[in-house]
Design a protein around this ligand. Structure first.
Ligand SMILES: *[C@@H]1O[C@H](CO)[C@@H](O)[C@H](O)[C@H]1NC(C)=O
Ligand SMILES: *[C@@H]1O[C@H](CO)[C@@H](O)[C@H](O)[C@H]1NC(C)=O
Ligand SMILES: *[C@@H]1O[C@H](CO)[C@@H](O)[C@H](O)[C@H]1NC(C)=O
Ligand SMILES: *[C@@H]1O[C@H](CO)[C@@H](O)[C@H](O)[C@H]1NC(C)=O
Ligand SMILES: *[C@@H]1O[C@H](CO)[C@@H](O)[C@H](O)[C@H]1NC(C)=O
Ligand SMILES: *[C@@H]1O[C@H](CO)[C@@H](O)[C@H](O)[C@H]1NC(C)=O
Ligand SMILES: *[C@@H]1O[C@H](CO)[C@@H](O)[C@H](O)[C@H]1NC(C)=O
Ligand SMILES: *[C@@H]1O[C@H](CO)[C@@H](O)[C@H](O)[C@H]1NC(C)=O
Ligand SMILES: *[C@@H]1O[C@H](CO)[C@@H](O)[C@H](O)[C@H]1NC(C)=O
Ligand SMILES: *[C@@H]1O[C@H](CO)[C@@H](O)[C@H](O)[C@H]1NC(C)=O
Length: 436
């Protein structure tokens, strides 16, 4: 047990080399094939989330919630967060709800993974609940290759129990994700997402995973990456995303997200459903986040407004990510926002919170010349803190020069188009009845 824990720690530092020590002879993968009842050049799919039956509430420290995007995207933490994060690492697993929070720190319940997409893998089909993550490119699942205790009360993929499965010998993967890493072997099997079927789809089967995920991803059985990435983390033969494979069969090379706060959202592949938004869609070209090598769904907004304030024309780069739960705004914008929230304060780890009863202004951002996307104030709440009085803000600050990081709290208010054809992102408002 102790040996095993130590070896994870080493693997977390060098997750790729850990995963690849098991490399055998390389062979090329069996071809992937698109298998669906729909016409294969004009396919359109609408996929609605389901509530994962295994989801359980779990507590996180505010420091861990705030740190997650910085770790996932390897961006510099603001100084107070860096100090709090270092201190919490020294103290051990601060993210486990059973441990006391920092001196003036607090705990907050996470809701990641409550709504997920049902995915069927193998023959006979094994039902897994996957997060669809536009900020990552890998397709990995909880698998039978994990130590038995990590499989307790879990749904996982078992390749040995599928007649259509085979191991891709020599192929492995390693991902550094949020608050930890995961790595494992690659198998190939048939995958159905609603009525989109792909045979021979590479499936990253995890063999080990950071403890953080064991306690927090209580019901996310894996992730399907939908980033704009070129290559995923597989080695020695990097793979392209599931979407890049499915795309040639779609009526149009697009997918859209109509996500919902506290409710099942929908993603649509191959078409733009005009009944899911109001007004016009405003488009902006995909931009490259400096230092990232590209591969993200990023664009430049043309300005912003807080509440009923005048629109401030300021061109700022924005990374979007459906795999994130905190929105990061450059410090001056975040501080202007919280200046309008009664009783808002910053804790020593740098997290903003406010009395849960405070009124919250809306946030508007500009797309193109005249597009104005309005995110209502109720989207700015991450959740109640353990004192029962205050709420952690879903908006948190980053250093002034950083890009805006736009995740679920904003995306759940809007209709979002990911357009590979014109390499652009589109945004439109949704009627209030559609964003609950
Ligand atoms: C946090 O830890 C890192 C790595 O150990 C170190 O480089 C950095 O100086 C520390 N920062 C603070 C604010 O303690
Ligand atoms: C995986 O499936 C095989 C074949 O049914 C079975 O023998 C094995 O116990 C399963 N492993 C796990 C961890 O469920
Ligand atoms: C393996 O598949 C059989 C047939 O579908 C099923 O009854 C059994 O529960 C599965 N076992 C595991 C460990 O997944
Ligand atoms: C993707 O992987 C291929 C095959 O290993 C490699 O030739 C190519 O340079 C990689 N592309 C990028 C953008 O990393
Ligand atoms: C378009 O969206 C509406 C809901 O706004 C839904 O009822 C309809 O089924 C969707 N159309 C398609 C083709 O999926
Ligand atoms: C949508 O775009 C058209 C053409 O550019 C314009 O005439 C119309 O006013 C726009 N509608 C809205 C609601 O902005
Ligand atoms: C996007 O904004 C960044 C500043 O955040 C700027 O450096 C870059 O040139 C802009 N790119 C485009 C295409 O406007
Ligand atoms: C517009 O926003 C920028 C960035 O936060 C800020 O520096 C500037 O002062 C703002 N301008 C006005 C008029 O509020
Ligand atoms: C802030 O508090 C003041 C005084 O209690 C009150 O008048 C005002 O309406 C509050 N504003 C908001 C936005 O809640
Ligand atoms: C988190 O949820 C559990 C179960 O509903 C509850 O007992 C606990 O008090 C909650 N924690 C916080 C910080 O809200």
């Amino acid at each position: 047990m102790h040996h095993w824990t130590i070896s994870i720690a080493i693997c977390l530092l060098t997750s790729l080399s850990c995963a690849t020590t098991a490399l055998q002879a390389v062979r090329s993968s069996p071809a992937r094939a698109f298998i669906t009842a729909a016409s294969t050049s004009t396919a359109k799919f609408s996929i609605t989330q389901v509530k994962n039956p295994n989801w359980k509430p779990y507590s996180l420290s505010t420091t861990d919630v705030y740190a997650a995007p910085f770790l996932k995207h390897k961006k510099p933490m603001p100084a107070p967060l860096r100090a709090a994060w270092n201190q919490s690492r020294l103290r051990g697993k601060s993210y486990q709800g059973s441990l006391a929070a920092r001196n003036d720190g607090q705990l907050v319940n996470g809701s990641d993974g409550l709504y997920v997409y049902l995915t069927k893998i193998g023959t006979p089909a094994q039902n897994l609940h996957l997060g669809f993550d536009t900020g990552a490119g890998d397709f990995w699942v909880w698998s039978w290759l994990l130590p038995a205790y990590m499989l307790e009360n879990r749904i996982y993929y078992n390749g040995s129990n599928s007649t259509s499965a085979s191991q891709w010998s020599g192929q492995s993967f390693g991902v550094s994700y949020g608050l930890g890493s995961t790595y494992g072997l690659v198998w190939q099997d048939t995958v159905w997402v609603d009525s989109i079927g792909v045979s021979g789809n590479p499936i990253e089967c995890i063999q080990n995973i950071a403890e953080f995920f064991v306690s927090t991803l209580t019901a996310v059985d894996g992730f399907l990456g939908l980033s704009n990435a070129y290559n995923d983390s597989e080695s020695p033969v990097p793979q392209q995303t599931w979407m890049s494979y499915v795309m040639p069969h779609l009526a149009e090379p697009v997918f859209t997200a109509s996500l919902v706060q506290d409710g099942p959202g929908t993603m649509e592949f191959g078409f733009i459903n005009s009944s899911r938004y109001t007004g016009n869609i405003s488009y902006s070209p995909v931009t490259i986040i400096p230092g990232s090598g590209g591969g993200f769904w990023a664009f430049n907004w043309t300005g912003f407004a807080i509440g009923s304030e005048k629109f401030n024309y300021t061109n700022i780069q924005v990374m979007t990510d459906t795999g994130g739960t905190i929105v990061n705004l450059p410090r001056s914008i975040a501080q202007n926002y919280f200046a309008q929230v009664n009783g808002s304060t910053v804790a020593s780890d740098g997290t903003w919170s406010f009395p849960c009863t405070s009124q919250l202004p809306s946030f508007t951002f500009g797309v193109g010349k005249s597009g104005r996307m309005v995110v209502p104030g109720k989207h700015m709440v991450f959740g109640p803190l353990s004192d029962g009085v205050r709420c952690l803000a879903a908006l948190q600050e980053v250093d002034e020069s950083q890009y805006v990081y736009m995740t679920l709290p904003f995306l759940q208010a809007l209709f979002v188009v990911h357009d590979y054809g014109a390499m652009q992102m589109g945004f439109a408002n949704r009627p209030p009845t559609m964003e609950n």
